[in-house]
Design a protein around this ligand. Structure first.
Ligand code: IPM
Ligand code: MG
Length: 370
């Protein structure tokens, strides 16, 4: 029996609790069949925490997150909390987790499963076999830069300010993650910014170029302006292997990339902190989709992005590559059987509920592990 792995589940709002329920199902399966036990704690985040605890994440929950080996998050936010103060909006809970756990590297793979190649809004031949990885800087840039705020000027006009700011070390550490990951994949990194307009983008380009020459000359490096990257992602996405970019461009480009795969409901993510002296990293895993309040509570949501996030956790936090692959293959198998939640439904396929998909994935796990 492996040592207990401390997992904190923050299901959050909207469809979060439903998709997380399917993760619990796989956790139970692993406990039974793979003799891996997780020590699972749960806490509130987002709107659920605002309602119960008066803020989007409590200090106690932050402490639990700091002490966990990995955090799994469902989704934050919804129209119910549209009018709460900006400082305590549901998303602020997620941003505090990212910042205080120092989760600077956000890995967002966009992988097209064969069974879903035709579900993309793009032509099948453009996306079939696609496997790209966006590495998004997650604790800097305009999301956290100071000064920020809204002020009223003399004469009554108002002024809103945010600051795009990056330092050498912030750029270098995320670029290093991208280069290291590229070496295990296609060995190509495309670094994305707006060096033609922004000094912070120029610095980004210079620092990535310098790191590459000093330590990663074996990896193929290219640079691209962010607007062009958005265009290239829908024109010829297979030209990319690893994309490394800042917080805001990464937010936008990963939503674009998600549609290549058929649905936002398919994309997992991992957010990793720096390695400590024992080689351990703080980490948070979450689907890139939101809380989908329109279908919350209806057993309709696609749990696969969250299950794939769980697989990323097995890989990156616990070095359980074999088990991670098992979960990914089980997802593939459920899709190959023609099972589809509404977001990826296609003619001739079999509609399933959230729980139906979770059951199909555990049945596939049984078959694969037999
Ligand atoms: C994401 C989301 C978040 C972000 C929101 C919910 C704050 O869009 O993870 O991509 O902007 O980073
Ligand atoms: Mg986003």
């Amino acid at each position: 029996m492996a040592a207990n792995k401390k997992l904190l589940i923050l299901a959050g709002d909207g469809i979060g609790p439903e998709v997380m329920g399917e993760v619990r199902r796989v956790v139970d399966w692993m406990d039974r069949r793979r003799h891996v036990s997780f020590d699972v704690a749960e806490a509130l985040v987002g709107g659920a925490a605002i309602d119960e605890e008066g803020g989007p994440i409590s200090d106690a929950t932050m402490d639990a997150a700091m002490g966990a080996d990995a955090v799994l998050l469902g989704a934050c936010g919804g129209p119910k909390w549209a009018d709460v103060a900006f400082e305590i909006r549901p998303e602020a809970g997620l941003l505090r987790l990212r910042k205080d756990l120092e989760l600077f590297a956000n890995l967002r793979p966009a992988l097209v499963f064969d069974a879903l190649a035709e579900a993309s809004t793009l032509k099948t031949e453009l996306v079939a076999g696609l496997d790209i990885l966006i590495v998004r800087e997650l604790t800097g840039g305009v999301y956290f830069g100071e000064p920020r705020g809204i002020e009223t000027l003399e004469g009554g006009e108002r002024r809103g300010v945010n600051t795009q700011v990056y330092t050498t070390s912030e750029i270098v550490r995320v670029a290093r993650v991208a280069f290291d990951l590229a070496r295990k994949r296609g060995n190509r990194v495309c670094s994305v910014e707006k060096a033609n307009v922004m000094e912070s983008g120029l610095l980004w380009r210079e620092e990535v170029t310098r790191l590459h020459a000093a330590e990663y000359a074996d990896v193929e490096l290219s640079h691209m302006l962010a607007d062009n990257c958005g265009m290239q992602l829908v024109r010829a996405p297979k030209q990319f292997d690893v994309i490394v970019t800042d917080n805001l461009f990464g937010d936008m480009l990963s939503d674009v990339a998600s549609m290549l795969t058929g649905s936002l409901g398919m994309l997992p993510s991992a957010s990793l902190g720096p390695e400590d002296s024992s080689g351990r990293r703080r980490a948070l895993y979450e689907p890139i989709h939101g809380s989908a309040p329109d279908i919350a509570g209806e057993n309709k949501a696609n749990p696969l992005a969250t299950l794939l996030s769980f697989a990323m956790m097995l890989r990156y936090s616990f070095d359980m590559e074999e088990d991670a692959l098992l979960v990914e293959r089980a997802v593939e198998r459920a899709l190959a059987q023609g099972l589809r939640t509404g977001d990826i439904m296609q003619p001739g396929m079999t509609p399933v509920s959230t729980t139906g998909m979770g059951e199909a994935v555990t049945a596939a796990l049984d078959a694969l592990a037999a």
